[in-house]
Design a binder for this molecule. Structure first.
Ligand SMILES: CC(=O)/C=C/C=C(C)/C=C/C1=C(C)CCCC1(C)C
Ligand SMILES: CC(/C=C/C=O)=C\C=C\C=O
Ligand SMILES: [Fe+2]
Length: 569
């Protein structure tokens, strides 16, 4: 795969930036010409390049400065509890930027490649402000590590939904919690037709980013049409990833399992409740069905934001938080958005053989709520027979309120009260001997990680295998959002926590050292949004969990969700 060399940045480009309306004053200042120069002096930042023009290629010469943008209208409730709104929940102030970051500490010389992180970084359009964390238009952040140096950039994904919103200054597609306002009854009827055809659903690929086995990099969300290919070097939006099969359906899991040899995902079937388990080979766009799971309870399939695999099996979770057709039709959000909690419908875990598509176990389990599975593996007896599957997830104690806690108003209004609901590492044990029930228990005492738990990663070489370590975000309370980075040791049942007061860290992403033999031999990458409005890239040692390097951005970044690693060839 093509991997560009470091950009030539001898002629640093400092120019006024294109700014979206409604940028907050403090952030706009952070981007003014004057403050950038000060930043450069203070941090001895050489080669800082600020790139503005939205869709044009990177300028090769210094363009004439454009007139300063008019002051933006104020965002609502900018300050809460006497403080500034946290930069983690503030829209990115410009569509793109690139520059070299000054590194404090030492980036390991083996760490050569690109870390990409995707997330909803733009939460308003015109003077309309989104409601939920998951509504924001996708912003991809890139950290390009090369021989101990670090070039960073970010860019908005040019989805149809984002482009239409910019053009019309209003939302035009159905986002996670937002629905475009119908002008009149006739257009409402048209809207319903569009909903069933999928035409009105968003393609705002803001959830994650994956590198396929063939090198293509795809940003994803839960709508299938929101699969968008980007260029990992320029962050250009290349175009839609079109699935060439005729499997149909409108939605899929936001977290496919992607390795060098395959892409596995789940397609929920809302008509005949169940899931198709599908596989796609590198170099193709065609998903092939491995098998189907019929739901055992409820009027609709459970939400499958993610799912785990073992070496031989795909695990299909059936969570009692289920998709809800009526809620999809509603113009105003319901307390659980497009979902409904059906405790009476029970919860199940299904285990499908990857090669035959046969279901080898389907057990009832205690009620659970999870976004993210961490990993799964097979348990063997002394004769090497697989007796059970263990599957771990970030489990919200079967409490759906976490979804509402992720409303922007809640995230923006932290006043020192401890309002983050408790979470744990939920460990499922699914017997393969035909017994009807599985177990769900905490894998370690949740107090080890402050009873907050989400946004996990593992050493990818341990995918589907017995593993000892995971990295995730935990909590140092009081807080309203996970605010620590935590290394989980499942053998010792201990956690090691990293914390920076007031900071919001994004998913700790593990990159293994090439040639490593220990599971935790590698680094953990996270991007931190600081309480003072700043932000930095952070590298922790995967084994000691001590900081090894940090590099400050010249601006604070909004929170982001999930990342991937594109190694240098
Ligand atoms: C950002 C994140 O983690 C989740 C995003 C989920 C989205 C955008 C879900 C969108 C949906 C629709 C627009 C309609 C159909 C249902 C559903 C997949 C929830
Ligand atoms: C950020 C998050 C939950 C945090 C709660 O503790 C969930 C994100 C889900 C989508 O990727
Ligand atoms: Fe996710």
């Amino acid at each position: 795969m093509a991997f560009t060399s470091f950009p030539s940045i001898k002629n640093s480009i400092l120019q006024p930036t294109i700014v979206v309306p409604n940028m907050s004053d403090n952030l706009r200042n952070a981007f003014s010409f004057q403050s950038r120069c000060i930043y450069k002096r203070q941090h001895n930042l050489q080669n800082l390049a600020i790139i503005s023009n939205i869709a044009s290629p990177l300028p090769l010469s210094v363009p004439p400065p454009s007139p300063p943008s008019p002051p933006p209208p104020k965002e609502p409730s900018r300050t809460t509890g006497g403080g500034q709104q946290h930069v983690a929940w503030t829209s990115i102030p410009q569509e793109r930027w690139e520059g070299e970051l000054h590194v404090e500490g030492q980036i390991p010389l083996w760490l050569n490649g690109i870390y990409l992180r995707n997330g909803p970084g733009m939460w308003h359009i015109g003077d309309y402000h989104f409601r939920h964390l998951f509504d924001g238009y996708a912003t991809v952040v890139k950290l390009h590590f090369n021989d101990g140096r670090l070039i960073a950039s970010h860019r908005q994904i040019e989805s149809e939904a984002y482009q239409a919103a910019k053009k019309n200054q209003k939302i035009c597609y159905r986002e996670f919690s937002e629905v475009p306002k119908a002008a009149n009854f006739l257009s409402y009827v048209g809207e319903l037709v569009n909903l069933f055809s999928g035409a009105s659903l968003t393609d705002n690929a803001n959830t994650g980013v994956v590198k396929l086995g063939d090198g293509r990099v795809v940003c994803l969300t839960e709508t299938q049409k929101g699969s968008i290919v980007i260029d990992p070097n320029t962050l250009d939006t290349v175009g839609k990833f079109e699935y060439s099969d005729s499997l149909g359906g409108l939605i899929h899991s936001a977290h496919p399992i992607v390795t060098d040899t395959e892409f596995l995902t789940l397609l929920p079937d809302l008509i005949k409740p169940g899931y198709l388990v599908v596989r796609m080979e590198p170099g193709t766009n065609e998903r092939r069905v491995i098998g189907r799971v019929n739901c055992r309870g409820g009027p609709a399939p459970g939400w499958v934001h993610s799912f785990p695999v073992t070496e031989h099996y795909v695990i299909v979770p059936e969570m009692p938080l289920r998709y809800c057709a009526q809620n999809l039709l509603k113009a105003e959000p319901t307390p659980l958005y497009k979902f409904e909690w059906h405790p009476d419908s029970k919860a199940f875990m299904h285990v499908m053989c990857k090669t035959s598509g046969n279901i080898v176990a389907s057990v009832e389990v205690p009620l659970f709520v999870t976004f993210h599975f961490i990993n799964a593996y097979e348990e063997e007896d002394e004769e090497g027979r697989v007796t059970a599957v263990t599957a771990d997830c970030c489990e919200h104690n079967a409490d759906t309120t976490i979804l509402d806690k992720l409303r922007l108003q809640n995230l923006r209004s932290f006043n020192g009260e401890d309002v983050l609901p408790d979470a744990r590492v939920g460990r499922f044990r699914i017997p393969l001997d035909g017994s009807p029930y599985g177990k769900l228990e905490a894998a370690l005492d949740p107090k080890e990680h402050g009873k907050g738990m989400d946004m996990c990663s593992i050493n990818p070489n341990y995918l589907g295998k017995k593993y000892k370590y995971a990295y995730a975000c935990g909590a140092q309370r009081p807080c309203n959002f996970p605010n620590t980075l935590t290394k989980l040791d499942f053998e010792l049942k201990r956690a090691t926590n990293w914390y920076d007061e007031g900071a919001v860290p994004s998913e700790p992403f593990f990159v293994a050292r090439p040639g490593a033999t220990e599971e935790d031999d590698g680094v953990v990458i996270s991007i931190i949004s600081e309480k003072n409005g700043g932000g930095y890239a952070l590298l922790l040692d995967g084994s000691t969990f001590q900081e090894i390097a940090r590099a400050k951005f010249p601006y604070g970044l909004p929170y982001g969700l999930h990342g991937c690693w594109v190694p240098k060839e």
